[in-house]
Design a protein. Structure first.
Length: 375
């Protein structure tokens, strides 16, 4: 499967002419395209009580991890076209957010179909196919467009790094959408140290680095693991062009201790500096420490209670650990926040109070929101 990545990028030597024997078939023009698998959508569309029961259901969790989609991978978009020319051709597929294709990604294909992952949520795209006809002239299809479904989370396919997703895409304060391609969460890019002295081996592959660096354009990796887990690490597994920051973090009820709160305040300030973006943060499994920080960040942006809970829950598609239930983990974070307001007060307001009580200024909050909320 081809990812949303540069396979080949080149300038065409001549202006291609429209060819009737090169026609686009899938996705249909103006189609709405889903990036979630049916089992993922089915879970997210259930009510909170039903989802809570499924999170605690070991048989259900074992089942969904092995179903199509393989956990938290996104459903790719299938592209297909017809070519009636006599010569077997190599095709150039161009996909862009702008109708003039000024920002086009170019993908080479040796057959008349590809699939591509990692599109934004609720985004219109344009696409076309170009090839070389038997007479040596370049021929182009017509232009089709499609829009990706407006449903979070935006899951991402980064080879060998699981539970990878964009925290953006949801609606936040004032109905403004949280910007995408800014903050990502995932599992770790490398294994934990086996002995606490030597760093663990890399998980991320060359293809994963390509997506992380050239497509997601990561600048900062915030590693939430302990010193024993990272051992002698000083550089990101993605390379020294990515700033690696290690802050050992305590999840859930740990966020409500003095030391734990100080840590989350320190982490939050990293997201108040535009120079750090795009940022990826993770622990080892991208579940507990990562889930706690993701909750705080999205709540500070005004994401609804329902979506905050769903974002934590979707990790069950990657984590089969029996401990990972609301009662054992998540509720401890919520119980501490509930002390900051009545049941009618949304978690966005409670997290704002949490951050302000910890020393974050109103100006820092506004800076973070100006970076992360669309105009």
């Amino acid at each position: 499967m081809l990812k949303w990545t540069f396979i080949a990028l080149f300038m065409l030597s001549a202006i291609p002419v429209f060819a009737e024997n090169l026609s686009l078939t899938k996705p249909e023009n103006n189609a709405v395209v889903s990036q979630l698998w049916e089992n993922q959508k089915d879970f997210l569309q259930k009510n909170e009580e039903e989802r809570r029961a499924l999170v605690a259901d070991e048989k259900y969790r074992e089942k969904i991890i092995h179903e199509p989609g393989k956990g938290t991978l996104p459903k790719p978009v299938d592209f297909e076209w017809k070519w009636d020319g006599k010569k077997a051709a190599e095709f150039t597929v161009k996909i862009a957010e702008n109708a003039d294709f000024s920002d086009a990604v170019t993908i080479s294909a040796d057959q008349n179909k590809i699939n591509v992952a990692n599109f934004k949520i609720n985004q219109k795209y344009y696409w076309k196919v170009i090839t070389v006809a038997a007479d040596g002239k370049e021929a182009a299809s017509n232009v089709y467009s499609f829009i990706t479904e407006d449903q979070a989370p935006r899951l991402l396919d980064v080879p060998n790094v699981t539970n990878f997703r964009d925290i953006g895409g949801r609606k936040g304060l004032g109905g403004k959408r949280v910007r995408q391609n800014m903050i990502f969460r995932s599992t770790a890019f490398n294994e934990n140290s086996k002995d606490g002295t030597v760093r663990g081996c890399d998980r991320v592959t060359a293809a994963g680095r390509d997506v992380s660096l050239n497509i997601l354009k990561l600048k900062t990796e915030l590693d939430l693991r302990s010193q024993n887990e990272v051992a002698d690490m000083t550089v990101s597994p993605l390379g020294d062009q990515v700033k690696w920051i290690n802050i050992s973090t305590f999840p859930y009820d740990g966020a409500h201790t003095k030391d734990g709160k100080d840590i989350f305040i320190k982490e939050f300030r990293l997201f108040c500096d535009a120079k750090n973006y795009p940022v990826n943060f993770h622990c080892i499994a991208g579940a507990d420490r990562t889930g706690t920080l993701a909750f705080i960040l999205n709540a500070a942006l005004g994401v609804s209670d329902a979506e905050l809970i769903r974002d934590w829950e979707i990790t069950i598609f990657n984590n089969r650990g029996n401990y990972f239930t609301h009662k054992s983990t998540f509720d401890h974070l919520i119980n501490g926040l509930d002390k900051l307001g009545s049941p009618q007060v949304p978690y966005s307001a409670k997290v704002e109070r949490y951050l302000l009580d910890g020393g974050i200024t109103q100006k820092e909050l506004e800076t973070f929101r100006s970076i992360m909320l669309e105009n």
